[in-house]
Design a protein around this ligand. Sequence first.
Ligand SMILES: *[C@@H]1O[C@H](CO)[C@@H](O)[C@H](O)[C@H]1NC(C)=O
Ligand SMILES: *[C@@H]1O[C@H](CO)[C@@H](O)[C@H](O)[C@H]1NC(C)=O
Ligand SMILES: *[C@@H]1O[C@H](CO)[C@@H](O)[C@H](O)[C@H]1NC(C)=O
Length: 418
Amino acid sequence: MERLAASAVVAVALLVVAVTFSLSLLFFAGESANNFTGDTNLGRKPELKGLCDDLIERYGHPCSEHEVQTKDGYILGLQRVSSRAKILREQKGPPVLLLHGLFMSGDAWFLDSVNQSLGYILADHGFDVWVGSVRGTRWSHGHVSLSEKDKEFWDWSWEELALHDLPAMLRYVNKISNSKVFVVGHSQGTIMSLAAFTEPDITKMVMGAALLCPITYLEHVSAPFVLRLVSMHLDQVVLALGIHQLNFKSELGAQILDFVCDDGRVDCNDLLTSITGINCCINISRIDFYLEYEPHPSSSKNLNHLFQMIRKGTFAKYDYGKLKNIKRYGQFKPPKFDLSRIPISLPLWIGYGGNDALADMTDLLHTLKELQSDPELLYLENYGHVDFLLSVTAKRDVYDSMIGFFRSLRGKSSISSL
Ligand SMILES: *[C@@H]1O[C@H](CO)[C@@H](O)[C@H](O)[C@H]1NC(C)=O
Ligand SMILES: *[C@@H]1O[C@H](CO)[C@@H](O)[C@H](O)[C@H]1NC(C)=O
Ligand SMILES: *[C@@H]1O[C@H](CO)[C@@H](O)[C@H](O)[C@H]1NC(C)=O
């Protein structure tokens, strides 16, 4: 009985939030309702050919566009980037696949100058750099049969990114380069990787992985803005309202932010800090440039899955509710991802920060306890979640050590020296 009462309270609370929220949306429903669900091409600028042309080639790095198709029909964009130095290009270093974070895309690795951004740095160290962009982002290329206007197009969470997007990218890179692949993930890119690495079919293609701000357990997220969204049940509300694409560049996305910020419970003057923690070392004068690229769209279901993890403290498949779980999984609760299935022979390197409000240290300890292996750890006390990507000193602080890790593994294998 008590549980019933509790769930009734939640249902009513949800309804109140939903009604308030719908009201605030009504103001511009007429004008922009068609725009946030169906902005064709996800707002991609039509005159641009691709990420190579738009961003990556600006310092003269050779860059080519590739496409892969996932088992469930999504067409993903991949870019291959190599060094400006001919001699390094000819040596063909080992392939590295870059996996961006939530609401970001492959552009995230190229936003700072050539000596600061990981994508360029890896290429200029002779690595064969592959840049992934997951489904739904502006650099991915849609679906074989679904349109971005279809709600089915957005019916996925990071689970599908782990089980479909990452395998499709890895298989392609593995095949073209004829080599095992290094994986670098940031945030959502790490959750995809760690979930996928529980599958032996995947790890046999991977030479080693560097995880920046690793996420599996999300029980100790401390970002005030995120916790506010969780307590408002924003994820469930948007789904209940039939909003399946989350695009903060759309008018609806801006309205959602206003709605959350208007009640004054979180500091929205400094949204970046409220969401990611205090970032020590990003270049504030470049934020306008970053915002030309970020944020990218994601699905409401993805946010919902992540919020389920914050609420429940589990690293598990998407929770459809008891009845649907039985149908889908044959059990009431969604199956957990078992980190101990990641082979001890898969070398892992982890970079994490003391000011990261999303990838919390307590949660990382939980992850480390379940892994069989002992990853190499790099701890930076003053780093927040975004510093690992955009800090002006990230090369010295983080990337040199990551490259050292890759080189030590390459030394053990038979690949020619860089
Ligand atoms: C969608 O947005 C574009 C550009 O922002 C605007 O010109 C157009 O009128 C909008 N369409 C609808 C249906 O609101
Ligand atoms: C990057 O570093 C190289 C070598 O240290 C230097 O020659 C070059 O001027 C730097 N480029 C920029 C844009 O800072
Ligand atoms: C910060 O960004 C500005 C504008 O792009 C640039 O001129 C400046 O050199 C950058 N500072 C550092 C430390 O990278």
